[in-house]
Ligand binder design. Structure first.
Ligand SMILES: Nc1ncnc2c1ncn2[C@@H]1O[C@H](COP(=O)(O)OP(=O)(O)OP(=O)(O)O)[C@@H](O)[C@H]1O
Length: 222
């Protein structure tokens, strides 16, 4: 399986955020996406996940057979997208049946992120780091080759960051692919890196509200 991204551009609120983003991701590879606040890292993941339409460029997934790109990916965003009134186990059971292609059982996934003891607690009772671990356990309850992760280590303590790193490396060893935004090192083996920088296009004169991020530069692949 291979993901090819060519000359992607992003616009939000009629502002060009970035342009010229190109990369490839093959089975077993990881891509780390860096850049300043507001550079467009989450927007890039949103485009890959099919949540946002690109202003230009193309995305191709080869080797997926009949499956579409959204059917081949897991997306874990800034928000954990969990139901607070449901237990950790119930949240994962829902994800497991909704996403299809079941993998680990919910208990096994919670064990993998060190949260088996909290399986029956409503997610609203969990700490931010614990909720994050439940959200990441979703990756394990359904098989999806491409994992899109927006700052996956946020709110995680050092031990949980290491657990996550091992989970990510195991996914890659099985031929999985990962694209993750981050502000801190993820310590992934031989990861590709791309740095996103804001496109410097002044807003049309007299138009709307000022850009909160002030505009920026261009994209570089590392
Ligand atoms: N729904 C939206 N409508 C309009 N503009 C948006 C929207 N969401 C984000 N933006 C703008 O898009 C730009 C890129 O935001 P994005 O969240 O992709 O950046 P980021 O690199 O992930 O930032 P951070 O490191 O702070 O998470 C920002 O200028 C932001 O204000």
């Amino acid at each position: 399986m291979r993901l090819s991204v060519n000359n992607l551009a992003c616009e939000r609120g009629e502002r060009r955020i970035f342009e010229g983003v190109s990369f490839t991701l093959s089975a077993g590879e990881a891509l780390v996406i860096t850049g300043r606040n507001g550079a467009g890292k989450s927007s890039l993941l949103d485009i890959l996940a099919g949540r946002l339409r690109p202003a230009a460029g193309a995305i191709h997934l080869d080797g997926a057979g009949e499956r579409t790109l959204p059917e081949c990916l897991h997306y874990v965003g800034h928000r954990d997208a969990l139901k607070g009134a449901l237990t950790a186990e119930e949240n994962l059971s829902f994800a497991r049946s909704f996403l299809g292609t079941p993998a680990l059982k919910t208990r096994e996934a919670l064990e993998a992120v060190g949260l088996a003891h909290a399986a029956r607690l409503p997610v609203a009772y969990l700490s931010a780091g614990q909720r994050r671990r439940v959200a990441l356990a979703r990756l394990l309850v359904a098989h999806r080759p491409l994992w899109l992760l927006d700052e996956p280590t946020s709110a995680l303590d050092t031990a949980s960051q290491e657990t996550l790193r091992l989970i990510l490396e195991e996914h890659r060893e099985k031929g999985g692919m990962i694209a993750a935004t981050t502000h801190s090192p993820l310590f992934l083996r031989d990861a590709k890196e791309i740095r996103i920088e804001r496109t410097r296009t002044p807003p049309p004169s007299g138009s709307g509200t000022p850009d909160p991020d002030g505009g920026g530069g261009k994209v570089g692949e590392g």
